[in-house]
Design a protein around this ligand. Structure first.
Ligand SMILES: C[S@@+](CC[C@H](N)C(=O)[O-])C[C@H]1O[C@@H](n2cnc3c(N)ncnc32)[C@H](O)[C@@H]1O
Length: 419
């Protein structure tokens, strides 16, 4: 009933169905799928239903047939397999998760590849589509799925009487398939963490909000230092950068989860060890309030607004000690230190914020400003280059050119940024 309430404001059956598809499945409605959506609406119409629970059942029943694209085949991304193998060699029994696994071709490709290289592992495949999950468990495929399979892996299949290819038990046994709607169910209850996650060819079908949910869910599930692979087309989705670090190796782009706890601990240690030069203003952390009742972001923001900077810092410090991945308190701390004139401290906390949120243009700009204030020109140039790589803005390129020229440096290296 709650689902119905969420769509009650829709006036027509069509609007209501579109809204439901958006909420329940995160479906992006575009020219390519309008025909299919109309077909779905037609099915509801045939079922003689208004927008009630019966309509929801009709939609759910027809959704996967009509709107999900289960296209997949073995060894679709061989470069990903190479990097997965490299990573797994240094891990004990790594957990690998294929999100939107369709009929299991991706999960089994990894299983074959790692099996051939004598690696122990555990693979999970999850998909919203019941039929796809059932087929994945059967592990029997048509010739199409084997179209990119290298010759040496064919030995893992046996030919069946009905012209299909059945995978051998060795490859199946370490792979578990689960029916999960990533947008609606808490996957961490079933899979506590993963060393490697693949989300290939799933996000392209989803709207912005659903994409964010997918990426955040995956990033939370990934262990520190873990890797996330996605297809080339999806790699450029900006939300990834909010949680993960962009990487590239052997021509394959992927994301890694920074070991943030380690970075945060290092940062705290630096703070305590920090001697600073005589001329730099250092901050004495022992003056922070120790006993804060109910530290919350709201209270910190409130203190910042009231210009009670020490209080805001005390609250934020407590929040990030409890959860080093909590980014907003880092930005608030930086702002407070800046207001109090502790520019080095402000820079330090903002740098930690940017490790978590590397794509935040406004904060990068604030950080550059702090680099200037603290006369940290090497850091300024380093970050400005990063900003250019991220946003490719003409003004920044000119800024970099000027600063390099003023510093008497060769502007040759700019050529990379000038295209
Ligand atoms: C095109 S297939 C991708 C198969 C495979 N990853 C590959 O690249 O070869 C996309 C899959 O995502 C699944 N999917 C779509 N929305 C989902 C959701 N909310 N939760 C889980 N799986 C979903 C679909 O059912 C479909 O099987």
């Amino acid at each position: 009933m709650t689902k119905l309430k969420a769509v009650y404001s829709s006036n027509t059956l069509i609007e209501a169905i579109l809204k439901y598809l958006e909420i329940q499945y995160g479906l992006k409605i575009n020219e390519l799928n309008t025909d299919k959506i109309l077909n779905l609406i037609y099915n509801c119409h045939i079922a003689g239903t208004g927008f009630d629970e019966n309509a929801l059942n009709v939609i759910d029943r027809h959704f996967s047939n009509l709107l999900l694209n289960n296209e997949s085949y073995f060894f679709r991304y061989p470069l990903q397999l190479q990097l997965i193998l490299e990573y797994c060699k240094s891990k004990h029994n790594p957990v690998i998760l294929s999100i939107g696994c369709s009929k299991g071709q991706e999960a089994y490709s990894i299983s074959m590849y790692l099996h051939k290289h004598n690696i122990d592992f555990q693979i999970y495949g999850v998909d919203i589509d019941d039929d796809a999950i059932n087929d994945a468990k059967k592990a029997t495929y048509s010739e199409y799925s084997l179209k990119a399979l290298p010759e040496e892996y064919k030995k893992y299949f046996s030919y069946t009487a009905d012209n299909k290819y059945k995978l051998s038990e060795d490859i199946i046994k370490n792979v578990t398939f689960l029916k999960i709607n990533i947008l609606k169910e808490d996957i961490s209850k079933m899979i506590p963490g993963a060393d490697i996650i693949l989300i290939n060819n799933v996000l392209i079908y989803l709207n912005k909000k659903a994409i964010e949910t997918f990426i955040e869910t995956a990033a939370n599930l990934l262990v520190s230092g873990g890797l996330l692979f996605t297809s080339e087309e999806e790699y450029s989705i900006k939300t990834f950068g909010k949680f993960l670090k962009e990487e590239s190796k052997k021509g394959c782009k992927y994301y890694s989860k920074p070991d943030l706890n380690q970075i945060a601990i290092m940062d705290y240690r630096e703070l305590f060890d920090f001697k600073g030069s005589e001329s730099k203003k250092t901050f004495d952390y022992s003056c922070l309030e120790q006993n804060i009742d109910n530290p919350s972001l709201e209270n910190a923001k409130d203190s910042l607004l009231k210009k009670d900077y020490l209080k805001a810092i005390s609250i934020c410090y407590k929040l990030i000690t409890d959860n080093p991945l909590f980014d907003e308190p880092l930005a608030i701390m930086s702002e407070c230190f800046y207001e109090l004139g502790f520019n080095e401290e402000a820079k330090k906390w903002l740098r930690t914020f940017l490790i978590i949120n590397s794509n935040n243009e406004e904060k990068i700009e604030q950080y550059l400003n702090l680099c200037l204030k603290t006369e940290d020109f090497f850091e300024y140039i380093r970050i400005l280059k990063k900003k250019i790589a991220l946003f490719n803005k003409k003004d920044d390129i000119i800024r970099l050119k000027n600063i390099l020229e003023r510093a008497g440096l060769n502007a040759e290296e700019l050529s990379d940024y000038m295209q």
